[in-house]
Structure formats: C-alpha cells, structure tokens
Design a protein around this ligand. Structure first.
Ligand code: PGA
Length: 250
C-alpha cells in the first residue's frame, strides 16, 4: 500500500509569518490522517517556522526546496543538507524544473544532491519531466530516463526511499495539465524503470505535478499509478488547499 502524498511547493512565496498563518488554519482544519501524508516545501527561511508548528504530527513532513551537495564551505547563498535537517526538514526537492531550466541545474548536479540527501538522512523527491518540444518530438520517455539515471547504482534499499515527482515542464504554472491517462502512462514507465533496478517498483511513490487544482485533483488521484500530487500555485490558498488534501481516494 503506497500512502498518498499531498505536497505543497510554495516556491518563492510565504516567509515565516505567512507560513505560520497558513499552518494555523491548515492544522485547525485538517486533523491527523492515517490514509495520506501532507508535505510542505516552504522557503528556506520558513523551514523552521513550519517544522515548529507541525509538532509531532507523523502525517506531515517538511522539506527544503533545494540543497547544495557539499557539506559546507564557501558557497554563498546555498543551504547544506545538515542545515536543512537542523531547521526541521525531513526531505528536499531535487531537480525541480525551475532549478533545471531557470537556474541551469544539470543532471549531474541533481545526482550529487540525491546522494548528499540520502547520506544526510533526508528523503529526496526527485522531479522529472519533459519540455513541450520534447513531448512533441516523441522524446518524453528518453528525457525522463536520462533524468532518472542519477538513481543508477544506488543500492535497492536506498533507491526504495526516493520519491519521484513527474512534472511535465509545459504543465507547470501554465494551467495546462497532462491528462490523467497520459500522466499514468509516464508513471508506469518510471515504475518499471525502478522495478528493473532491484526495487519492488510497487513500493515507490510517484507523484504528479503541473497545474493541479481543485477541479482536476480527483481525476488525477483516481489513477492507480498516481500516488499523490506536487502542487505549486494552488497550494498557496489555504482554504482551497485544505479542500484539495481531502480529495477522495479510490
Ligand atoms: P503549479 O507548480 O502547480 O503551479 O503548476 C507545480 C510545481 O512547480 O511543483
């Protein structure tokens, strides 16, 4: 049984005060859950505010949006895995499309980050996804396979802890969403890639992201291949996020 994850990626929104206000409402409206998990990826400066608010709720995880692979040093502006953990993070995004395509993060760098996170005891949520021209050229699976190669060579017990988020670049923040069927097809391909590397692919949680909103969350979650959602814009409005995380699970 793969417990669904409802993940909020707040990007460069909500500082500590905004995060605390959001959490006050969220915690009052969404009680402890045993059939789903809630993950929050706040800005680095709000990690501690979120972590201290959620207390010991086992159904909530806080994650960093980005980390550096080095443990420490002269890397102005960067955040180490240990710092993120000290601030309360239990996970981190890696390879989000904005990191790859706005900040030029390479596949090799995402690989170093995945390894540093695993070494530091944080769960990597590895984001993969194709651009529109790659989809139109029929290269979706080739692109995703290349992005997944950073997991190559991990011992199966470590590989099994990685969470994957399939986020087609053309669907992020654009209002366009992959059809539930298209998303499920990519998820199945990712699952078989994992399965071929010694992990029971059935254990790996694979989320979908890209313009998920109240109107489409249930049709996406209805796909058995989709184990949760990674949501940007629609996760910033606390009332609708509280409704979205209550989506029916089939
Ligand atoms: P979006 O962003 O929901 O605003 O499309 C998703 C993401 O970037 O993780």
């Amino acid at each position: 049984m793969r417990e669904p994850i409802f993940a909020a990626n707040w990007k460069m929104h909500l500082g500590p005060d905004g995060a605390r206000d959001f959490l006050r409402t969220f915690l009052a409206r969404v009680p402890d859950s045993t059939d789903r998990e809630f993950w929050f990826f706040p800005s680095a400066v709000a990690l501690e505010a979120v972590a201290s608010r959620i207390g010991d709720r086992p159904d909530i995880t806080v994650g960093a949006q980005n980390v550096h692979w080095e443990a420490k040093g002269a890397f102005t502006g960067e955040l180490s895995v240990a710092m993120a953990r000290e601030a309360g993070a239990g996970a981190a995004l890696v390879g989000h499309s904005e990191r790859r395509h706005v900040f030029g993060e390479t596949v090799e760098e995402t690989g170093r980050k995945v390894r540093s996170l695993l070494d530091g005891g944080l769960v990597p949520m590895l984001c993969v996804g194709e651009k529109i021209e790659e989809r139109e050229a029929g290269e979706t699976f080739a692109v995703i396979t290349r992005q997944l190669t950073v997991l190559e060579g991990l011992p199966p017990d470590r590989l099994a802890t990685v969470v994957i988020a399939y986020e087609p670049v053309w669907a992020i923040g654009t209002g366009k969403t992959a059809t539930p069927r298209d998303a499920a097809e990519v998820h199945a391909a990712i699952r078989s890639w994992i399965g071929a590397r010694g992990v029971d692919g059935g254990q790996t949680r694979i989320l979908y992201g890209g313009s998920v909103k109240p109107e489409n969350i249930e049709s996406l979650m209805a796909q058995s291949e989709i184990d949760g959602v990674l949501v940007g814009g629609a996760s910033l409005v606390v009332e609708s996020w509280c409704d979205m995380v209550r989506a029916r699970l089939d």
